[in-house]
Design a protein around this ligand. Sequence first.
Ligand code: HSE
Length: 436
Amino acid sequence: MNTIKVGLLGFGTVGTGVVRNFQHNSELIQQRLSHKLELTKIATRDVDRDRGVRLEPGVLTSDIDEVIANPEIDVVIELIGGYEPAKSYILKAIANGKHIVTANKALMAVHGQEIIAAANQQGVTVMFEAAVGGGIPIISAIKENLCSNKFSSVLGILNGTCNFILTKMSQEGSNFAPVLQEAQELGYAEADPTFDIEGVDTAHKIALLAALCFGTTVDFDQVYTEGISKISAIDIEFAKQMDYTIKLLAISKNHGDQIEVRVHPTMIPKRYQLAQINGVFNAVRLIGDFVGPTLLYGSGAGMDATASAVMGDVMAVSRDLIAGGKPRVPILGYNADKIKNLPIMAMSEVVSNYYLRFTTADQISVLAKIAGCLGTHNISIQSILQPEEREIDSVSIVVMTHEAKEADITSALAEIEQLDVVLQPTCLIRVENAPV
Ligand code: HSE
């Protein structure tokens, strides 16, 4: 085997980046592999669109089977995205003995078990580095370089679009909608941007990282997911005044018999490294029992960075093929029969610090009533901020709590919102004060 033949499904932004990487670095790739890597076929619905890259005649096809049922092709790259038809194509390619490289986080997070089982049965691999953190080699770090570690937590900023929006809102005082549009124009956002801004894309990614770190299946439906669409300029401003930054954080912690897996806007102290991750950049922080805290940082979205991750996987698969064919590393980095089924901790059991912003009437003893309710529910106040600026008939009271159980916060807020001096629903943002 002197040439490894690769087929590509889907020819959008990342697909174009993959072609550019193939062409631009073909000599380097050959030097590193000592074999030729050939992009034999690209299947796309739109064969006529000009993507600004030149291809040999016959490479483009609208017939999927020219990729997934092509006996010459060794590796299939899936960049269609979404659940169907991507899943059916991948399963068919696996049945035909192809190794799979995909950037499809939604598919892997929700249907990964079925795909991995099919691949294991066929003796082929499925690699998905590009599904998490764009160009950051986080999956290979977990599966390979750090694989002698027991991980206690993995958390990070995993959505470039949200981080871009929050950064701009924070630095420029911009509004949400125009910044989202800019992110879409730059090619960062998913086709449906609600997946980005409502945290679903981040949830897909942390579900995959939790599975890889803790060697467990992750029931995606149980991942608590809250996006950034309700974050307002006023909360960004209060966060700044208290030396905090708001980030959309994905958090997973291992409690032995269960795991925490959650996504929500989170206040982190400005001095923490993750608070410095701005724009479209992503970062993942792992804690391993031997390596200690480790931060990986890089471009989390975009054509070339994501293509780099796809191509890294293609070359890793190619090296296995050159060495004899059997995938060297298990798909989740643990032997298939050692994968656990750890439950996800109920959100009501989660312990965190909280930022609570109450909108109240400016009357005597409002603060005492709120503090009383918090106290009744075992919630200890760490600090209070009541700015002098106010609306005509209401004021904001900001409370930072010590660690509290989410169930206690929920009951306290239900009681507080019954008070006639409380004029609007409370704004709640969880605070991560552990050194993230
Ligand atoms: N829409 C994703 C993001 C692309 O903004 O991070 C990379 O997964």
